[in-house]
Design a binder for this molecule. Structure first.
Ligand SMILES: Cc1cc2nc3c(=O)[nH]c(=O)nc-3n(C[C@H](O)[C@H](O)[C@H](O)COP(=O)(O)O)c2cc1C
Length: 212
């Protein structure tokens, strides 16, 4: 059995679905935990990073990663099950990448690395993002779930009364990292139960109350 010390490696893929900032937040969290992040950003992932985060977003990710790979590099270490990793997060995961993973069509490194997690029975967390969903999307989600992946769409938890988009992004990223099952304390704040829920001062849909 591989110890946590040996499993400091983890794969992070960013594909071309909306929500590129979540990939960035996941990278920061994993680095903060001392994990060695093996990063793959698809061509479309680079585009969404550019559109949604900024022109230098991809460049800012690269030095944080332990290693980064071209999505066409199917000879990379992470393309083999003999390379031990703690698991993989695809954040966000496009419907195209979901389809490739659900059918084992491993023509890209993202799809191949995900396939490896499934065959080695390791954690694979897919932050699948599209709306609305057609039956093919839903079937692909069912299929990857049957194979052992965890489908975690980036759907905000409104009961936390998030005050900013960044708060939503951070909470989703924490939930995704928690789902990897690393031997660390949970990162996402837990619902305290209705009895202990401290009602925020600001009502959703209303302007913040003036303090003047
Ligand atoms: C700005 C932008 C936003 C997109 N948002 C989504 C999305 O939310 N979900 C999705 O499945 N595809 C989305 N796409 C389309 C994918 O990027 C496209 O299908 C691509 O081929 C996915 O390739 P990849 O999985 O290799 O990254 C978006 C594309 C762009 C340019």
């Amino acid at each position: 059995m591989t110890s946590f010390h040996e499993q400091r490696d983890v794969v992070l893929a960013v594909t071309g679905a909306s929500g590129a900032a979540i990939g960035l937040a996941v990278l920061d969290l994993l680095c903060g935990l001392g994990m060695r992040v093996h990063l793959v950003v698809s061509q479309s992932g680079k585009r969404t990073l550019l559109h949604e985060v900024g022109a230098d977003a991809h460049d800012r990710m690269l030095p944080k990663a332990y290693r980064s790979y071209d999505n066409g590099d199917i000879g990379a270490t992470i393309a083999s099950g003999s390379f031990p990793v703690a698991g993989m997060i695809v954040a966000p995961c496009s419907m195209k990448s979901l389809a490739a993973i659900s059918t084992g069509l491993s023509t890209s490194l993202v799809a191949r690395a995900a396939d490896v997690q499934l065959k080695e029975r390791r954690r694979l967390v897919l932050m699948t993002r599209e709306a609305p969903l057609h039956l093919g999307h839903l079937r692909n989600m069912t299929s990857v779930t049957e194979m052992g992946a965890i489908v975690m769409p980036p759907v905000p938890a409104f009961y936390n009364r998030p005050q900013s988009v960044q708060e939503i992004v951070d909470h989703l990223a924490r939930r995704a990292v928690d789902l990897l099952g690393l031997p660390v304390a949970p990162l996402a704040s837990a619902w305290p139960g209705e009895a202990d829920f401290d009602q925020p001062k600001t009502e959703i849909g209303s302007a913040p109350k003036s303090t003047a």
